[in-house]
Design a protein around this ligand. Structure first.
Ligand code: PMT
Length: 221
């Protein structure tokens, strides 16, 4: 029997970089390791929530999480859409590719020496903004991974993604963001002052944020 402030609540958590196929042997991706998303799954489970972890990576699964493996941004969107109505909230920690190859070649693309290879990319759907448009009760946590003007960019994303909370992540620092075990983030919420969290392990950062989500979600209960 579970206990914790989020008992009876259900979350969708995304983790890892999407893989956008180019041909049968190649894909385009990014530096996301999935660690931040897996830390959120763990922290939510610790508070008694149930978790669907929609993942592009293969990390040790937090005990009790239901993992759904996906690859591309589109397949991540479909996995979320199927489960969105029943969810209490979504934590969008995955690094979703903004673009994908316009065509997936059936055969391995051959090298033509001396000629540059020009790839045509098309825009991917904005996964969390698409869900945000249809949100009813769902609590949406989006992220912003930035290398410059962190808070200004994060503020725009908070609104654009219709998020209840935006985790701003300066990924230009060696001890925060992609791949490493630690993170340093600022929490933005509509209408309240921003909150800077100190550098800590990803699991502790996730626990701090989940504590704030739980406070918002159980207010008045
Ligand atoms: O996985 P780790 O190695 O542990 O690294 C953690 C992290 C740096 C990946 C994570 O903390 C983080 O910042 N994740 C968001 C990465 C990202 O895609 O940020 P963005 O600023 O490009 O996107 C803003 C938000 O919109 C994100 O919640 C993203 O998931 C979402 N998005 C982006 C593009 C798109 N087409 N669809 C989306 O839903």
């Amino acid at each position: 029997q579970r206990s914790g402030r989020l008992q009876g609540k259900h979350f969708l958590v995304t983790a890892g970089g999407t893989r956008e196929e180019l041909d049968p042997v190649r894909y385009i991706t990014n530096r996301s390791s999935g660690k931040m998303g897996y830390a959120f799954a763990q922290a939510l489970l610790e508070q008694g929530a149930s978790v669907d972890l929609i993942s592009t990576v293969d990390l040790p699964v937090p005990v009790g999480a239901n993992v759904i493996q996906v690859k591309s941004a589109e397949s991540m969107l479909w996995a979320l859409q199927d489960r969105f109505d029943e969810a209490t909230g979504v934590v969008m920690a995955a690094a979703v590719a903004d673009y994908r190859p316009a065509h997936i070649a059936d055969q391995k693309i051959k090298k033509e020496s001396g000629a540059p290879l020009i790839l045509k990319l098309v825009e991917n759907p904005d996964v969390i903004a698409s869900l945000g448009k249809f949100k009813q009760h769902q609590y949406i946590v989006a992220f912003a991974a930035e290398t410059n003007d962190l808070i200004a960019h994060a503020q725009v994303k908070l609104q654009k993604k219709n998020a209840d909370m935006l985790i701003a992540n300066d990924v230009s620092q060696h001890d925060a963001g992609f791949g490493v075990d630690t993170n340093r983030v600022t929490i933005l919420k509509p209408g309240v002052a921003n909150e800077v969290l100190a550098l800590d392990s990803k699991i502790n950062v996730a626990r701090e944020i989940v504590r704030r989500m739980a406070a918002d979600l159980t207010e008045g209960e």
